[in-house]
Structures are given as C-alpha cells and as structure tokens.
Ligand binder design. Structure first.
Ligand code: F6R
Length: 607
C-alpha cells in the first residue's frame, strides 16, 4: 500500500527509481512521482495514474545521482497529479515521500496556513515537507527528528534536501522502511522486492527510528537520538522473480505456481520417524505445546479466511478449542489474553497494519504469539515469538492466491504437530502425512479443469450478484471464493454457511443470481444437497464444486466442476484453486485489470 524507493550513489538515479516503481506498482497504483537531485535543486515529476503515465511525462534527459520515487494508494485526497508524491516545501528545498497517515495533519496545516504557508495538495503528507523546511537545526536528520515529535500517526518517510547532495533521511513508524546496501551506493525502499535486482543485503528500520544515508553508508538513531547498531541481513533468492513468464497476468501465474509453492511449504517439515510435522521456528517445546488449552487465530481478508480453516483443522486434529477472528476488530474489544492460549497471526506480507496491531496488543498483555508469514524479515515475522514461514515466493497479484493455499498448508502442518503431542496416534499421523504429501499433485490435477472453468466463467460473468455457500470447513472456502470474485471481477458476491441461506438470503435467489456450492464428499453431503434443492426450487442457478460422485449433484446443478478426492481436512486447498480460476476467468471475460483491481493495493499498511 504505497511504495517507496530512493537511491544515492554514482549511477543515474532516474532509471533505477522508475524500475523500482514498476516493481512496487502492486503496492499502489493511482499516481506516482519521482524527485531527482541535480545541480543543487530537487526536480519533481508527478502524474496521476499508473507508472506508465509518469514515464510518458518524464523529460527524455534526466540527470541526478540521488533521488526518490513513490507510488500512491490514496488515503487523503483524490488521485491527481498534485496529490501524487513527492511533496516539496514552498521554496522547493525539501522533498518528501510518505507512506502512512498523519492524524494531526489538519491541525498542523491550519497552523502552517495561518503563518502564510501555501499548500499545493490535499494530502496529509505535505505538512511534513513544510515543517521540515522551517527547522533551523544543523543537520537534516535533526530537523526531521524534531518534526516527527510534532506529528501523530504512522509513517515510512524519505526526505531529501536540495542543499545536501547525496544525503537521504529515512524514518519509520508503523510503515516499513528497508535500507539496501550496495557497492558505494545505497537504496531505501518500503518493500525489498523493489531493490532485489541491485542488492540482497538489507537493514530494516524499527518503529521510532531514523536513518541518515549517503553512498558510503548509513547510521541509525532513535527519535530520542540514541545511536543504534544494526547488522545487515541477506534476503534469500525465493523472492526474486517478478515477471509473468508465459502467463498474461501475475494472478494466473501465481495460481499455477501453487503445486510448487505448497511443496516448498511442506518440504523438510514432515518427520517420518515420528509420524508428525516438525516446525522448527515455533520455538516451543513439546511440553509447551502440550500446555496449550486454546488457539486463537487473527488475520485480515483472505488471511482471516485461511485462519477459519486453520482453526477447524487444529480443533479436529488437536482437539483444542480454536477460533479465528478479523484482526482489525480484535484490539478494540479489550480482549482477554490468556497465558495458555496460543495466538497465531497470519499475514502474507507480514506488514498488514491491523494484524500487526493485534499482535502488539497481545504481546503487551503478555500473550504468546506465533506468526504465519510469507515475507522473511517482515515486521510481523520479526515481532512474533515464533513462527512458520510459508515459502510461497513473491506474490505480486493484488488478489492473494498461492499465499492463501500456503497458509492452509502451514495450518495443516501445525495441526498435525499439535495433534501428535496429544491423542493423534502414529497411524493417524502417518495417514495425514501421506495426504499432505499428495497435495502438490492434487492441486496440479485441480488445475487441469482450467478450460472448463473458463467456459463456465464466460457463461456466468454477466451476473450482477452471486452467492457462495459451504458447510463447516467448506464455509471458509466459500468466503475466499466470493472474495476472489468480487475483488477481480467486481461482481457482487456473498458467502454464507449453507445452513444460513434459509434464514434470510434465500429471499435474493432468482434465475439471475447463481450460487456456487462448495460440496466436499463428507458426512454433510446429504444436508448440503438439501440446500441445492432449496435454491433450485427458487429457480436459482447452481454451480457445484465437488469431489463427490453422488448423481444427485449433477441433477441439481446447472454446472459441476469436479476436483480430485482428498483427505476431508485438505479439500479447501484443492477446491480453492477452482474458485480462484473461476474468479480469474470471470474478470478476464469482463475485461478487468486483474492484477491491479480498482481501489485496492497489496499489503494494507494503514488502519
Ligand atoms: C485478498 C487479499 C487481502 C489480503 C489481506 C491481508 O485477495 O489479498 O484480503 O489477504 O489484505 O493481507 P496479508 O496476508 O498480507 O496480511
């Protein structure tokens, strides 16, 4: 959500910044801009729209060996040229790019305007540029430091001063800032993906820290001027690929990457000697695992839906009361934190603000928190007591696909390990391990339905509204199916537990409103078939996603997507894939911008 890139070194900064912005575009794509330091001045270029629009506006010749770039997801003020970052002070000497929200911007702006400052944008961020330019400290970092004590809110911030060539100040509070270390050149970014083609050596700033950066090095200090020493870490090569390969969109590529992504999640984590999973990063002994009395899972959006499924898996296999809750709501209800509850925060990016806030609330109250994360070294991954990395690889499409599946695979491994320290027998452990090992090939098999799903999508994509239903563990799959459809195709979609349909939503069933039914072959199949009857009796079209062979399904459905048979706890991973393809092809049929849907952005780092 908004992307930051900055460079200082000996190369021409403009192409580095523009290429970085392209790699950050999935983080926000309503406007973009760059500022370059050249001949004692900061030269700013901005444009509403995608990076390509900015590129069209850039002069053919751009010079400058340091600069900053930003891609925006609007919070305050529409997506216009004027609201795009960088923002500058009135005399043009200070330029800033900012991710986050300045909560007291209104008050600060009124004060600055009363002093005669003229604002050029509707953004909250612009106050930062004006305030910094009004400081009279000896160094830029001192000026920024002072201004940060005046503001309330969150920031990932980069500042440059026309009078200090090659110098960049970065600061962080609640929005990621990463320094990349090159050879006599330095980078700053909000997302390591943007600089991985230049360097893998990075340093993460923590909240409340600022950094002074020049081509030769960097220093870090806290807001109260305490010097900090931080060693760089090396980012693994997993996060490298950022091209679509043979696929037209990242979403389709990432759907197809799922067999190998899930394979990576599982790899090395099944212990055949003891018929259990072994998750080294949990930092919990078998005794501590045994002492757990309850499990609470927190996440946002698709991560929350994966959490619902994870809670089902853990409750079934470890017989521990388990539940999932949207992370954003959690901290506002003054939750009870118990020492024998295992809290799990799930987040692909590891930067989602609401999930991070829930983690901090639990930690403050003394709870133990595990993370299920994809991005190594992300804020959540660094702040949890232990965790499981998904190893899904970079997910660039805004709509999550492979990360969702890898989250489910992590939960399955955790459920197995928790189960085996309780009353799950070695034989049951062995059977589950065999089922888990089959997952990559089952997902592969589910993907072979692609052509049928494409035709089905072409038939149903004109629907104004759709329902998704499922029982127990099929319900989170329905939630995720509806989420995918609305995100990328903009078709209104609602998910319900199948049993809830008759308690209200049935009123909306009509011949123009299809219902997608997630129908695993389990002991609830007959009950689910009753829901199909109820829909058909109201002339509602039914699309069944199923791995059951009951002839009634065909009789009661307008269309059937078959998925391979699998362990009853693992069907969400397999059936989820068919629903992702359905959403993708509906969006394609409607001509949507699949990888960058309207109003959205990857990694929601604001509240
Ligand atoms: C849906 C989607 C979002 C994210 C949510 C949490 O396709 O991508 O709902 O799942 O914003 O993001 P992470 O997992 O990064 O915390």
């Amino acid at each position: 959500m908004c992307g930051i890139i900055a460079y200082t070194g000996n190369q021409n900064a403009a192409p580095i910044l523009v290429a970085g912005l392209h790699r950050l575009e999935y983080r926000g794509y309503d406007s973009a801009g760059i500022a370059l330091h050249s001949r004692g001045k900061l030269h700013v270029h901005r444009a509403a729209g995608k990076i390509a629009q900015l590129e069209n506006k850039l002069p053919a010749k751009l010079s400058g060996k340091s600069g900053m770039g930003h891609t925006r997801w609007a919070t305050h003020g529409e997506a216009t040229d004027a609201n795009a970052h960088p923002h500058t002070s009135q005399d043009g000497s200070i330029a800033i790019i900012h991710n986050g929200i300045i909560e007291n911007a209104g008050m600060l702006r009124t004060r600055l305007e009363a002093e005669g400052t003229i604002f050029n944008s509707d953004t909250d961020s612009e106050v930062l540029a004006h305030l910094i330019s009004k400081q009279s400290a000896d160094t830029l970092i001192q000026s920024v430091q002072h201004v940060l004590t005046l503001i309330q809110g969150t920031y990932g911030l980069v500042v440059m001063d026309a009078n200090r060539p090659g110098e960049i100040i970065a600061a962080r509070n609640g929005s990621p800032v990463i320094i990349g270390l090159g050879n006599k050149e330095m980078f700053v970014t909000s997302d390591a993906n943007a600089i991985l083609n230049h360097t893998r050596e990075v340093v993460h700033l923590d909240d409340g820290e600022l950094a002074e950066i020049n081509p030769k090095g960097f220093s870090i200090r806290t807001l109260d001027a305490t010097e900090m020493v931080r060693s760089p870490i090396t980012i693994s090569s997993e996060f490298e690929s950022q091209d679509k390969g043979k696929f037209p969109h990242f979403m389709l590529k990432e759907i197809h990457e799922q067999p190998e992504a899930v394979e990576r999640t599982i790899k090395g984590r099944l212990d055949h000697r003891f018929d259990t999973a072994h998750l080294g990063g949990l930092n919990l002994s078998a005794r501590e695992l045994l002492d757990i009395r309850r499990v609470k899972i927190l996440g946002c959006g698709s991560a929350y839906y994966a959490g619902i499924s994870g809670a089902n898996m853990i409750e079934q296999l470890a017989r521990l009361p388990s539940s999932a809750e949207p992370a954003a709501e959690f901290r506002y209800r003054n939750p009870l934190i118990e020492s024998d509850t295992l809290y799990i925060v799930v987040s692909q990016s590891g930067e989602t603000f609401d999930t991070l806030a829930a983690l901090r609330e639990i930690t403050r109250k003394g709870g133990r928190v595990l993370g299920i994360n994809n991005v190594v070294g992300s804020t959540i991954a660094r702040e949890v007591d232990g965790g499981i990395y998904m190893h899904a690889g970079a997910e660039i499409s805004v709509a999550s696909t492979k990360a969702f599946s890898c989250m489910l695979a992590c939960f399955m491994l955790l459920a197995l390990q928790l189960g085996r320290v309780r009353d799950l027998s070695p034989q049951q452990g062995k059977e589950l391990m065999q089922a888990i090992e089959q997952l990559p090939s089952l997902i592969e098999e589910a993907l072979t339905q692609e052509n049928d799903i494409r035709s089905l999508a072409a038939e149903y994509c004109t629907a104004k509204s759709a329902f998704f239903i499922g029982r127990t563990n099929a319900y989170p799959v329905a939630l995720e199916g509806a989420q995918k459809l609305k995100e990328v195709s903009y078709i209104h979609a609602e998910a319900y537990p199948a049993s809830e349909l008759k308690h209200g939503p049935l009123a909306l069933i009509d011949p123009d409103t299809p219902t997608v039914v997630v129908l695993p072959d389990d002991n609830l199949l007959d009950k689910s078939l009753s829901s199909l009857q109820e829909i058909r009796a109201r002339k509602g079209p039914v699309i069944s996603i199923t791995n059951a062979n009951d002839p009634e399904i065909k009789r009661l459905s307008n269309a059937v997507i078959k998925t391979p048979r699998c362990h009853p706890l693992l069907f969400p991973l397999v059936m989820g894939v068919s629903l992702q393809l359905f959403a993708y092809y509906c969006a394609i049929a409607m001509g949507r911008d699949v990888d960058q849907p309207r109003n959205l952005a990857k990694s929601v780092t604001v509240e």
